[in-house]
Design a protein around this ligand. Structure first.
Ligand SMILES: [Zn+2]
Length: 482
């Protein structure tokens, strides 16, 4: 959960007039019917970029941003659309992904960087996303979704403007990350190889990168933003397909560099996993050192720290808990503010009382209403005031499941508490460090003794371009998480 952000992803600019045109695309050589002019692409890119930055945050490390941007600009210069105003941004999310908006806006997540083996692999990821723009896949996807009248409006829960619980499984970010078809992906791979080779990087990094991403089990890392695998088709098929492009690039361009050591240098110290500024999940506990509070969700539940709310879910059951920062009530008591905002979201109060939660003023009540996909539901919800902000903590279950879950909901609500300064300062981010493997080191021993459970042994292997069954070689420079 970040600082309070507008919880609604504004609908993609509705274009009243489509400048429909048929043209040959210089990147793909294909004849293409495009519903969107370049100006429109730029306009959409610009507008959605504001949302991406607000919702995901920009990774606050100038050197890393500059490094990624320099590589991106070099690649874009080799593309068929060198004159677009290209932008390359590292967004501050732990998930492993990269994506593009029309008009030349390219993003990689902070989370993908440790999983790339060298600079050439980063160039291939950026080249792939540039390919989506030059081949106008991004523009076409937007044209399609608008043509179908599908306003991309994702948002969240308990905000009156938005249908509650429509997208519990996703965060608003899913809307920005377009899904392309397999053919588009293969084309983007080939274009990425072309741009990387022309820019002087080793094009064989593309299949290496795809192999690594293919190894990543979706469960091994943080949720929140969909991972590459959920927005891209299975890598195995793509690895075979891209080999021909790699071989062709190798015969026409001079051998490319990987810049392995340079890449490791740049990666040393990068934040891994949750960023404490947006709150961290430790087991079933959620800590927000910047906003200075902690809460414990029911043990064993999956806790997902999204950009605009935290959602905890009981595995296999449709019961949820939600934590969200509310807009500040203006000149009203907590009870009025609570009941009215719940009412606007379609829930009416069955009971309720003003009370305190660990010394914090609160209004706790039971509500009933209807939720998309779940039907009639009942909620136990607390509006809690802490440091002049209002937090909503709610447990929700379909009517039949409510009674047995009520004690767990109430217990979690009662666990919301302020953090002391000392406690907040003790929450530190994990970081990637470069380490030379010693004889006898195994992924497991590194995970146990250096990472203290922050990362699994298998994830360490994948991060270092190894199959899970391999062990590190003595002297090998490794990325470890400490
Ligand atoms: Zn793609």
């Amino acid at each position: 959960m970040g600082r309070y952000r507008s919880l609604v992803l504004i609908p993609i600019l509705v274009l009243s007039v489509f400048g429909a045109a048929c043209a040959t695309n210089p990147a793909t050589g294909q004849h293409q019917f495009s519903l969107m002019s370049e100006d429109q692409e730029l306009q959409i890119g610009q507008q959605q970029d504001v949302e991406v930055r607000r919702q995901m945050g920009v990774y606050a490390d100038r050197a890393t941003q500059q490094y990624v941007s320099d590589i991106g600009v070099r690649l874009a210069r080799e593309s068929e659309r060198p004159n677009l105003p290209w932008h390359f941004t590292v967004v501050d999310v732990p998930a492993i992904n990269a994506f593009a908006l029309p008009g030349g806006y390219i993003y990689v997540t902070r989370g993908i960087l440790p999983f790339l083996g060298d600079e050439a692999e980063l160039a291939c990821v950026l080249g792939h996303e540039i390919g989506h723009v030059t081949a106008r896949h991004a523009a076409q996807q937007y044209s399609k979704s608008m043509g179908a009248g599908l306003g991309v409006l994702l948002g969240s829960i308990f905000v009156p403007e938005v249908r509650p619980f429509g997208q519990l499984a996703e965060t608003g970010l899913g809307a920005v990350i377009l899904k392309y078809g397999r053919d588009d992906e293969i084309q983007a791979d080939e274009l990425g190889v072309r741009y990387a080779a022309r820019g002087g990087w080793d094009p064989a990094a593309m299949p290496r990168m795809l192999t690594t991403l293919g190894r990543i089990d979706e469960d091994t890392d943080n949720k929140g933003v969909p991972n590459w695998l959920s927005t891209h088709p299975s890598p195995e098929n793509r690895i075979g397909r891209v080999q021909a492009a790699v071989q062709q690039a190798e015969t026409t361009a001079p051998p490319g560099v990987t810049n392995h050591d340079v890449y490791l240098q740049h990666l040393d110290g990068i934040v891994y996993g949750d960023n404490p500024e947006q709150g961290v999940v430790r087991g079933s506990v959620f800590l927000h050192p910047s906003l200075r509070f902690a809460i414990e969700f029911p043990p064993g539940w999956d806790v997902n720290n999204g950009q605009s709310e935290v959602v905890a879910k009981e595995p296999g059951v449709n019961t949820f808990m939600i934590l969200q920062q509310m807009p500040r009530p203006v000149g009203r008591g907590i009870e009025d503010a609570a009941v009215q905002s719940m009412q606007r979201a379609g829930f009416h109060a069955l009971d309720g009382e003003e009370t305190t939660v660990n010394g914090l003023p609160a209004f706790i009540a039971t509500y009933q209403g209807t939720v998309q996909d779940l039907g009639r539901v009942r909620l136990r919800a607390a509006h809690i005031v802490h440091e002049r902000r209002v937090y909503l903590v709610a447990g929700l279950a379909p009517l039949a499941l409510y009674e047995p879950h009520e004690p767990a909901f109430s217990q979690a609500i009662g666990s919301f508490r302020p953090m002391t300064r000392g406690e907040a300062e003790a929450v530190r981010p994990s970081r990637v460090n470069v380490y030379a493997a010693r004889a006898g080191d195994t992924w497991q021993s590194i995970a146990d003794h250096m990472s203290h459970g922050v990362i699994k042994a298998a994830t360490l292997a994948i991060m270092n371009t190894h199959a899970i069954a391999d062990e590190p070689r003595p002297g090998e420079r490794l990325k470890v998480v400490i």
